[in-house]
Design a binder for this molecule. Structure first.
Ligand code: PLP
Length: 401
């Protein structure tokens, strides 16, 4: 480690809250699938800022849109209108087949927004008794870090010591349709769920689960809210992960890659009924829907489709997953994923995934451990076959017997 790296890490440690435990690599530049540290070492980014940089680092077209808009107008607040918002609505609605859009900033804000809207919808449209609305959520969910959200997390690190929490959530195991059916009652307004549980370790539900969920939601008048903040916008090889299941959510949450990593932009996409309950003064955000965010998001969506990134995610994901599956190693328990949302689960006897991520870092690959024994792999969707093959060589060297 050089003195610059050491000095910056020491300053971070001394002055910052210790709410993260990053790998000790200090990055200063990014382009496409690569990032460089302050000493000029190059790495293949296999995390993509938790899938926010699907379009690759510093994509030149998104950058150009950002600079152009920043020179004209950045923020008006929603007290006034701006000339980007309507175009953003039109383009994202057309792309995703949505009727109404509510722009926010972080993913967690989009989740909170959906919770507010669906509760109000429950009282005003479904006729649930006041303050009795229930939302079904899954065990091991991850929807963000705000107070409302951590209150229904089942991860002790996320919630212990932060209570008291808001009531109105009921938990079921992910992928268990009988448990879901049993949890429904007359006060159920929504099911909030990730199509693939990302932070829990890239957990894919059994085939047919979401089709049955969709049927039950429709027959019981329950709003299906899919949190596609991580899975959406090409990550799984489709625009939205719901397409793998052949279903359509009533409310879809997107964030992260909605800006290609340039800026926090998220959105609640819905049918007219749910977002239709929000009236002036009932929800908002100073930065939500600002012209800079809208211009960036418009460019980020454009390059995703124009540059064939979604199909590339499907192709490269298949190649990467197949290659990982062929590594002969008795510490690898399972390789799973969809598109470029991949995970290698290690045998607990291997001593935790973190040390393998450290070893990968030494070889020029940045990947992140999750939940102790899982290495999560999510490179930008612009990765090429040569880059996948190069990465596989190093994964093999680190994981093989
Ligand atoms: C599925 C899911 N929902 C919500 C969030 C929260 O997004 P943000 O960190 O932008 O608040 C995340 C972040 O990792 C996520 O993966």
């Amino acid at each position: 480690m050089t003195s610059t790296t050491e000095r910056l890490i020491e300053m971070e440690h001394r002055l910052g809250a210790h709410n993260y435990k990053p790998l000790d690599v200090v990055l200063s530049r990014g382009e496409g699938v690569h990032v460089w540290d302050v000493d000029g070492n190059r790495y293949l980014d296999c995390l993509s800022a938790y899938s926010a940089v699907n379009q690759g680092h510093c994509h030149p077209k998104i950058l150009a849109a950002m600079v152009e808009q920043a020179q004209k107008l950045t923020l008006t607040s929603r007290a006034f209108r701006n000339d980007q918002l309507a175009h953003f609505y039109e383009e994202i609605a057309a792309l995703t087949g949505s009727h109404k859009v509510l722009p926010m900033n972080s993913g967690a804000e989009a989740v909170e927004t959906a919770i507010k809207a669906v509760r109000k919808w429950g009282y005003e449209v479904k006729g649930v008794e006041r303050d009795k609305a229930e939302i079904i959520v899954c065990n091991d969910n991850f929807h963000g870090r705000t107070m409302g959200i951590v209150g229904f997390s089942t991860d002790p690190d996320a919630r212990e010591g932060f209570g008291p929490f808001a009531p109105g959530f009921r938990h079921v195991p992910f992928g268990d349709i009988d448990a879901f059916r049993a949890a429904i009652n007359e006060n159920t307004v929504a099911f909030l769920v990730e199509p693939i549980q990302g932070e829990a370790g890239v957990l894919i539900p059994p085939a047919g689960y979401f089709a049955s969920v969709r049927e039950l939601c429709t027959s019981h008048g329950i709003t299906l809210i899919l949190d596609e903040i991580q899975t959406g916008l090409g990550r799984t090889g489709r625009l939205l992960a719901e397409e793998h299941e052949g279903i359509e959510a009533d409310v879809t949450l997107v964030g992260k890659a909605l800006s290609g990593g340039f800026y926090p932009v998220s959105a609640v996409l819905s049918n007219s009924e749910v977002l239709g309950v929000l009236k002036p003064g009932q929800h908002g955000s100073t930065f939500g829907g600002n012209p800079l965010a809208c211009a960036i998001a418009r460019a980020a969506l454009r390059v995703l489709t124009e540059e064939d990134m979604i199909a590339n995610s499907a192709r490269m994901g298949e190649r990467f997953q197949k290659g990982l599956g062929e590594i002969r190693s008795n510490i690898v328990k399972e390789v799973r994923g969809r598109g470029l949302m991949l995970a290698v689960e290690l045998d607990p006897a291997a001593g935790g995934a973190r040390k393998y991520c450290e070893a990968l870092k030494e070889r020029g690959i940045l990947a992140k451990d999750t939940h102790g024994h899982t290495i999560r792999i999510a490179p930008p969707l612009v990765i090429t076959a040569d880059q996948v093959d190069w990465a596989l060589e190093h994964f093999e060297a680190v994981l093989r017997d």
